[in-house]
Ligand binder design. Structure first.
Ligand code: NAI
Length: 726
């Protein structure tokens, strides 16, 4: 029997064994090699001392119950190591199976988050009591990393909840529940208010069920709701793949498909065979490209970004107590809400008291919805609303230690509002602008303290969008940058840091995506195929519909201004083929986009009805429709964005690969399966070299905008991926 190193064994006088998960030297327990060894050793001991064991309580000494699979291990899995991955999954399943068939009651006392592997351990227990700890989450979010739960999570949730609920409530969306909602969803049996209560409840279960078994090990057990072999279930089953397809829009996400297959196939065989099926589908995902990309982005890159890799060192952490939000329109109202939600006092200023009140009413609306959905309590709503003070008086901004300006996009107006308030707010208040297009360096010229001036680019709708792009102007100081970073973290959003530039990083790069889609229409491509290509590449919004939302006139205005600036500086402007299409749409056909009632689509009462039939008529080539290979359509959009991101890195607009990847996925909808704009290049078949070869093909066929930039060529030559610190 090997010694357990990460699970502590304590047995009381009544024979109840408490197993405490406690990986030494780690802040959280993960499913690493040491844990697998420990689990085996513990189960060996339980079996050997079975007669003196009355029951088992599994809990943890960490803040979280168990953090899940070790992603450092998983990201190294390749098709060559598939055998080890498969064996590891089976081994884990075997240990948990032995635990649940011990013949003694086993209770999970879930003292904090139990996600992924953590919840799989709990599922192998006969009873689950969750402590109602703040921030505690329960669920199987593997799908969000391109994986499926490979420790019996599919097999057991299907048997616990039935196939439909297991798929929809747990597996396909990766929903993370707080303890109370986990109880409602049937994921846990009890919720306890204190640690003592939790342990007492666990103990009570042990006392009351000396021979506890899992429902699926009882005689005559049937999967709730039936299996696909059951006539009632069969009637619903065909809807699943179709819905899934619709949801995924044909984008290349293998995890949901494998989850569906593992659930349905596994439901038709016995428990042990279902485990084998799950292990096979898990291994395929774990060794594939998509999970690696998604783990890189949503774990490693996101962690680097949020932990402050782009925050200047040596500046004391700063907490904002009172913020001034200037402009209570769509963005200002959303920013005020996010700040108030995070506990910051907000003074929301607009030109009239009524406009400011309307901005506050927006928060009331969101909070009422949150109360109705049980996400917040009426008392929390009232407290949050009480933090927002609407006003039309600059004098009310006294004492604010940060300002976020969100008035109309007009440089003179922005200068004027900062002039009005800069002597009223605190003497070292951080000065931020939420401009989406104006250079930060230029706006900073209008304030007395340009070193404290910075761009904070929020995305709409602010309450839902997790990203904020921080833009450093030429004169922005390190203290302002660090404070802006801290403020974004304080309101629980993810900050990426970029240097000032037209369109910053996000708007500049998304512009490439849109231009490429529009250019294809100009080449006479079928517009339906263009939309479909964007959807199947994994973009959340179709390209022409997105153009309509933004309006065709706005990018045109920005383009003309940029062109003027480039030419005034003695440079030459290279036109993009999309420009001529946009000009014709606006000037010749008067179709400026959705807000103007007509664009690439037709609209009725503001609702999109169909693609404008005139597109075919006016842009088709005289010799008929041009057929661009579908793969080219998709790759033109993806490559246009990835290539421009490399240029951003080359020009110093971006200084971090992680910021580029995270900014592109969270801010502008670059498909998540790629792991972000630069990870897309790393993961492309053949790596950066393969990417360069394909860019050259696109360049030869579609134009010089696909020319690989020097930095990419260097990476390809050295066979080096885009990585921070590399
Ligand atoms: P909006 O038109 O909804 O709101 C602007 C508000 O500013 C109005 O309520 C107006 O009354 C107020 N205002 C005008 N002059 C003022 C003054 N002197 N003092 C105080 N308030 C004044 O505009 P929206 O969409 O909220 O945009 C605001 C800023 O955010 C713009 O710079 C825009 O470029 C930027 N932005 C917009 C995004 C979007 O998706 N709409 C995304 C990111 C940034």
């Amino acid at each position: 029997m090997t010694e357990s190193t990460t699970i502590r064994w304590e047995q009381d006088a009544d024979g109840v064994v408490t197993l405490t998960l406690d990986d030494p030297g780690q802040s959280a327990n993960t499913m690493n090699a040491a844990f697998r060894d420990s689990l085996d050793a513990i189960v060996d001991r339980l079996e050997a001392e079975r007669d003196s064991v009355r029951g088992v309580i599994v809990t943890s000494a960490k803040k979280t119950f168990f953090a899940g699979g070790d992603l450092r291990d998983l990201i190294r899995a390749t098709p060559e190591t598939a055998g080890d991955v498969y064996a590891g999954s089976l081994r884990m399943k075997r240990s948990l199976r032995r635990l649940e068939t011990l013949g003694k009651p086993v209770v999970a006392a879930i003292n904090g988050a139990a996600l992924g592997g953590g919840y799989e351990i709990a599922l192998a227990c006969h009873h689950r009591v969750a402590l109602d700890a703040p921030g505690s989450r329960i669920g199987l979010p593997e799908v969000t990393l391109g994986l499926l739960p490979g420790g019996g999570g599919v097999v057991r949730t299907v048997r616990l909840l039935g196939i439909t609920d297991a798929l929809l409530k747990v597996l396909l969306q990766g929903t993370q529940y707080n303890p109370k909602r986990a109880l409602e969803a049937g994921l846990v049996h009890e919720v306890a208010a204190t640690r003592e209560e939790m342990l007492a409840a666990a103990r009570a279960f042990v006392d009351a069920h000396p021979e506890a078994r899992q429902p699926w090990d009882e005689d005559g057990y049937r999967i709730p709701g039936g299996t696909p072999a059951h006539p009632k279930f069969a009637a619903n089953l065909p809807a699943f793949p179709a819905n899934l397809k619709k949801q995924l829009n044909g984008a290349p996400y293998p995890a949901p498909r494998n989850i569906l297959a593992a659930a349905v196939e596994g439901s038709q065989v016995d428990f042990d065979n279902a485990q084998v099926i799950e292990a096979r589908y898990f291994t395929e995902l774990a060794c594939g490209r998509t999970s690696k990309n998604m783990i890189q982005a949503f774990f490693f890159d996101l962690q680097a970004v949020n932990s402050g890799a782009s925050r200047p060192n040596g500046v004391e952490p700063h907490t904002v107590r009172k913020v001034a939000v200037l402009g209570a329109g769509m963005m200002g109202a959303g920013i005020a809400y996010s700040c108030a939600r995070a506990g910051i006092e907000v003074v929301l200023k607009d030109v009239t008291a009524e406009a400011a009140e309307r901005g506050k009413a927006y928060s009331a609306g969101l909070l009422d919805k949150a109360v109705a959905k049980g996400r917040t309590t009426p008392a929390q709503r009232d407290e949050t609303l009480a933090r927002i003070t609407p006003t039309a008086e600059a004098g009310d901004l006294a004492g604010c230690d940060a300002v976020i300006e969100a008035v109309f996009e007009n440089p003179e107006l922005k200068h004027k509002v900062f002039q009005e308030i800069q002597d009223v707010v605190g003497p070292d208040a951080l000065l931020c602008s939420n401009t989406s297009t104006l250079p930060i360096t230029l706006l900073a010229e209008g304030v007395a303290r340009p070193e404290d001036f910075i761009g904070l680019h929020f995305f709409s709708p602010v309450d839902k969008m997790p990203l904020v792009e921080i833009i450093k102007g030429e004169r922005t100081g390190d203290v302002a940058l660090a404070r802006a970073f801290d403020l974004v973290r304080q309101i629980r959003k993810t900050p990426v840091v970029v240097n000032d530039n037209r369109g910053f990083f996000t708007s500049r790069v998304i512009g490439q995506f849109i231009n490429e889609g529009v250019a294809m229409v100009g080449e006479g491509a079928d517009p339906v195929s263009v939309e479909q290509a964007a959807a199947q590449a994994g973009y959340p919004a179709k390209v022409l519909s997105l153009m309509d939302e933004l309006t065709l006139t706005l990018p045109r205005k920005i383009r003309n201004e940029t062109r003027r600036a480039v030419e005034e500086a003695g440079g030459t402007w290279t036109s993009h083929p999309a420009e001529a299409v946009i000009d014709r749409m606006v000037d010749e056909f008067d179709r400026p986009g959705r807000s103007g009632g007509a664009g690439f689509y037709d609209y009725e009462d503001g609702r999109r009805t169909r693609l404008w039939p005139g597109l075919r008529e006016h842009f088709a080539k005289p010799d008929g429709e041009v057929s661009i290979p579908f793969e080219d359509m998709q790759e033109r959009m993806l490559f246009a964005e990835a290539l421009d991101s490399v240029r951003c890195l080359e020009e110093g607009v971006l200084t971090s690969v992680a910021d580029a990847n995270i900014g592109s996925i969270l801010g502008i909808g670059f498909p998540a399966w790629t792991g972000g704009v630069l990870q897309y290049i790393n993961g492309y078949e053949g790596g950066p070299q393969g990417f360069v070869a394909r860019a050259r093909e696109l360049q030869a066929t579609y134009g010089d905008r696909f020319t690989p930039p020097g930095l990419l060529l260097e990476k390809a030559e050295r066979g080096e991926p885009f990585r921070d610190g590399a």
